[in-house]
Design a protein around this ligand. Structure first.
Ligand code: 3NM
Length: 223
């Protein structure tokens, strides 16, 4: 592949309305949840099949492939949480890793120019991730979340201002407890986009597209 790493500007556009999704987050039919969300205008999708009741083995692979195909039809990049082997096996567009996962420099070496997102909680973690080849940083939890058992302490939107003030200019996405009503505050504090699980996947089928549009609408009010 002759193409190089993604530009920061393109990365910022992808981060705008970032959906994190796994079967345990959805009340039913995860693929339909995803398809509705894509129709609402999601700009990046992370497959995060984790936690009690999550799929394993062939079922996990099959769902990843179906979701990848749906994203392909919508022209939206599809990345994998914390599983470089799966990402490489299916030719995903990238990987997102936490601080306790594989080392970012090693992941970068394995995935070439694919997207690499890293969760960071402090300016030091942010700088280190940037120097190890992260294309963007996930910052959270901004607000209390019910979707991640081992989440760090709630940081508040101030963490985004703090990181920007410390000179971190990498694309940033806020995550954790973000609702339509809070999306504007997250962007106002310095994030390029919002990453959500429950504000979208927790809604019943038929309301998901509108939920995505509502979040996008709240961010556009700021322009
Ligand atoms: N990572 P919801 S918070 C996957 O702080 C994840 O890094 C977080 O789900 C972090 O939008 C989180 O339902 C869960 O709060 C986000």
């Amino acid at each position: 592949m002759a193409e190089g790493r993604i530009s920061a500007d393109q990365m910022r556009e992808y981060l705008r309305m970032y959906l994190v999704i796994g079967s345990v987050n959805c009340q039913e039919y995860p693929l339909r949840v995803l398809e509705e969300a894509l129709a609402g205008g999601v700009t990046l999708v992370q497959f995060r099949e984790k936690g009690p009741g999550s799929l394993a083995g062939e079922a996990r692979l099959a769902l990843a492939l179906q979701m990848q195909a749906a994203c392909g039809r919508a022209g939206v990049p599809f990345i994998i949480n914390d599983d470089v082997d799966l990402a490489l096996r299916i030719g995903a567009d990238g990987v997102h890793i936490g601080q306790d996962d594989e080392d970012p420099a090693r992941v970068r070496a394995r995935i070439g120019n694919r997207l690499l997102g890293v969760s960071a909680h402090t300016a030091e973690e942010a700088r280190l991730a940037a120097s190890h080849g992260a294309d963007y940083l996930g910052i959270g939890p901004i607000y209390p979340t019910v979707s991640k058992d081992d989440a760090h302490a709630v940081q508040g939107p101030g963490i985004l201002r703090e990181l920007r003030g410390a000179g971190i200019d990498l694309p940033l996405v806020g995550i954790g407890g973000i609702t339509p009503a809070r999306a504007g505050e997250v962007i106002g504090a310095g994030a390029d986009g919002v990453a959500v699980i429950s504000a979208v996947t927790g809604r019943p089928l038929g309301e998901i597209k509108a939920a995505v549009k509502e979040i996008i609408g709240q961010m556009e009010c700021l322009k």
